[in-house]
Structures are given as structure tokens and as C-alpha cells.
Design a protein around this ligand. Structure first.
Ligand SMILES: N[C@@H](CCC(=O)N[C@@H](CS)C(=O)NCC(=O)O)C(=O)O
Length: 206
């Protein structure tokens, strides 16, 4: 029985930041992937804590859900969630700020009405994307340590990688105007355990 079981569907989406955190932690964990529409989830759903995934189960019976909270719980357990209350506050702020951008990316991606889709994608490219990346570039430059918060990689840097990976698939020049963020992205990719994970994780569209 592994120490952690991360239950989610067979996509990156809202599960991938938790997976990256478990990989970065070097944790003993199971990557439990359910079919989105399958019977398994419908069978397991009534016993899940919030009736949505992802959910993390920890040896001993503790469970925690919410895609931006699980990674920070893992990070705090393994000492990369920020070294004091102020750093942890900034880490959570950045994780959430990027999650908001991810939600806006998803709105455009999943919209069925072509006219609305074009409008949402325009808004993403002209408003949400530059706002978020400019904010984070300034934060990273002010920190001046080659990471978003503090001296070492935190959940904030993992989240930058996680969201930027999707953005780069959409437009491969998306980080070009943000040199510090580009360096942080490369720094996360260069962590050996993360590099291995990126090579071996199941391929999915989002
Ligand atoms: N706020 C939650 C939302 C979780 C959520 O909506 N999960 C979806 C998949 S991304 C889900 O479990 N859908 C299946 C269902 O609702 O039965 C989080 O960020 O973790």
C-alpha cells in the first residue's frame, strides 16, 4: 500500500499539479486514474469526500480534496510549500491566480458555439493571459532568486509549469515576452524526477 493515493481521471487537467507535487516530493504514491464517464467513478463517487476529483488519500485514512489545496498539503509535508507564513501566502496566491487563467483557457477550449469560442479565445489572448503572466513576471523579477517565491522551487513554480505547459501547446511563443518565467519553466523541467515524469506520464489532450 503506497503512502499516498491520488485519484483522478485519465487527463492532466485538475489532477496534474498534485501529481507534479508528488513527483517533486519523491513520494511513494499511486496514480489512480478513473474513466471520466465510467462506472468506476459512479461507484466510488458516493464515498468520496466532496463528490468530485481529484482526491488524495493518505496512509492512515486522512483524505483531502480540491485541486489547488492537495498540492500545497503535499508541499507542506515535504518542505516546499514556502518557508514561512508570508511565503506560503504568496505560493497559494500564485497557484490560485494561475488556476483562474486555466479556467479561462478551459472556457475557450470547451465552448461549442463557434462565435462565443472565438470571443473567449480573443479575451484569453488579449486580457487574461497578458495580465496573469505580466503579474507573475513582476513578482519573479522582484524576488530575484530564479523562482517565484523564496529561494527554492515551491508549488507556485510547479503550477507555473503545469499551466504554461497547456498554454505552450496552444501557442508556443506564449512565454517569449516573460524571460524570468521562461527560466523558471526550464528550471522545473530540469529537475530529474520531473523530467522523468514528463517523459513517462500518460499522454492526454488537456
Ligand atoms: N473545485 C474542484 C472542482 C473539481 C471538479 O469539478 N472535478 C471534476 C473533474 S475536473 C469532477 O470530479 N467531475 C466528475 C463529477 O462531477 O462527477 C477542484 O478544483 O478540485
Amino acid at each position: 500500500m503506497p503512502k499516498y493515493v491520488l485519484t483522478y481521471f485519465n487527463v492532466r487537467a485538475r489532477g496534474e499539479l498534485s501529481r507534479l507535487a508528488l513527483v517533486y516530493a519523491g513520494a511513494d504514491w499511486e496514480d489512480k486514474r478513473l474513466q471520466l464517464q465510467g462506472e468506476t467513478w459512479q461507484e466510488l463517487k458516493p464515498d468520496s469526500q466532496l463528490k468530485v476529483l481529484p482526491e488524495l488519500s493518505v496512509e492512515g485514512g486522512y483524505r483531502v480534496s480540491e485541486s489547488t489545496v492537495i498540492p500545497q498539503y503535499i508541499a507542506e509535508k515535504h518542505d516546499f510549500g514556502g518557508s514561512n507564513a508570508e511565503e506560503r501566502g504568496l505560493v497559494c496566491m500564485i497557484v490560485k491566480h494561475l488556476d483562474d487563467l486555466f479556467v479561462n483557457l478551459g472556457k475557450g477550449h470547451f465552448e461549442k458555439d463557434e462565435a462565443k469560442k472565438a470571443e473567449l479565445i480573443k479575451e484569453l489572448g488579449e486580457k487574461h493571459l497578458p495580465n496573469t503572466l505580466e503579474n507573475l513576471e513582476q513578482i519573479a523579477q522582484a524576488n530575484g532568486k530564479g523562482v517565484l517565491v523564496g529561494d527554492n522551487i515551491t508549488t507556485a513554480d510547479l503550477q507555473l509549469h503545469n499551466i504554461a505547459f497547456n498554454l505552450l501547446r496552444w501557442k508556443d511563443t506564449v512565454l517569449d515576452a516573460y524571460p524570468t518565467l521562461k527560466t523558471i519553466y526550464a528550471k522545473v523541467v530540469a529537475v530529474p524526477s520531473i523530467a522523468d515524469w514528463l517523459k513517462s506520464r500518460p499522454e492526454s489532450q488537456y
